[in-house]
Design a protein around this ligand. Structure first.
Ligand code: SF4
Length: 237
């Protein structure tokens, strides 16, 4: 698919909105082939997406941004999922190790400048990865937070050179309860940190247990920051 104006995106969005999530993924696979990939941080929605793709025999690749600051429980879940789903999830690493970043920018940058830390450890590495794909599949859902309440199903995001990359959120209209019911029904593993009160799980220095309606309320405690920056505003939707 080469072309993209807002009317085309809207009409595709309307068409795909009537599809079940697995058929949204089938469309992605058939349309973009090996240039489509699932990005996951092992939140429950990402696990559902990988299971739907695998169960439908869709050859969609998966990758994760390993910041070097993930909880051991998250890395254990990655291994568990690879075994359970018989898939390989590529790890995308930042340009610098945590130690190299400390030498360049000072220790524990996340405590002083989490925007810069996320830029270096997540946004830049995703940016490089986006050049390998034309469709990025994510687990964003509208009911995760106020900031995500208007998330489109299909949109255009930008690579670092501002070229277009399609972005599909196949579970955008699913609730938290639907996602967890799916995990339970299919006996899929989840991050054990969820059982200890963590709701949205990122890097260990910036994630705390939380409660209430805001699923992402435990991220970056003490800062106004609400997103890591990889889900920046879409170019078009
Ligand atoms: S979530 Fe925290 S530790 Fe991870 S990249 Fe962002 S600021 Fe750094």
């Amino acid at each position: 698919m080469a072309e993209h104006d807002s009317s085309q995106i809207t009409s595709l969005d309307v068409k795909l909105s009537a599809y079940a999530p697995v058929d949204r993924l089938r469309w992605a696979s058939e349309t973009f082939g090996s240039r489509a990939a699932i990005g996951t941080s092992f939140q429950p929605a990402g696990i559902v997406i990988m299971h739907l793709a695998k169960s439908a025999g869709l050859p969609l690749k998966a990758f994760t941004l390993n910041t070097g600051l993930l909880f051991p429980e998250t890395l254990a879940l990655k291994t568990q999922l690879e075994e359970a789903l018989q898939i390989s999830i590529e790890e995308v690493h930042p340009a610098q190790t945590v130690a190299e970043q400390a030498a360049t920018h000072g220790a524990e940058l996340w405590k002083r400048n989490p925007e810069k830390c996320c830029e270096l450890r997540k946004v830049d590495s995703l940016g490089k990865k986006l050049f390998e794909m034309d469709l990025w599949i994510t687990g964003m859902r509208r009911d995760q937070s106020t900031e995500r309440s208007a998330t489109p199903l299909l949109s255009l995001a930008a690579r670092p050179d501002n070229s277009d990359v399609w972005k599909l959120n196949p579970l955008v209209d699913w609730s938290r309860d639907q996602v967890w019911a799916y995990l339970k029904e299919h006996k899929l593993p989840h991050n054990v940190l969820h059982d200890r009160g963590y709701r949205s799980i990122g890097c260990w220095p910036c994630t705390q247990p939380s409660s209430g309606n805001d699923e992402r309320g435990g991220r970056w405690p003490g800062f106004e920051k609400r997103e890591c920056g990889i889900h920046t505003p879409n170019k078009k939707s």
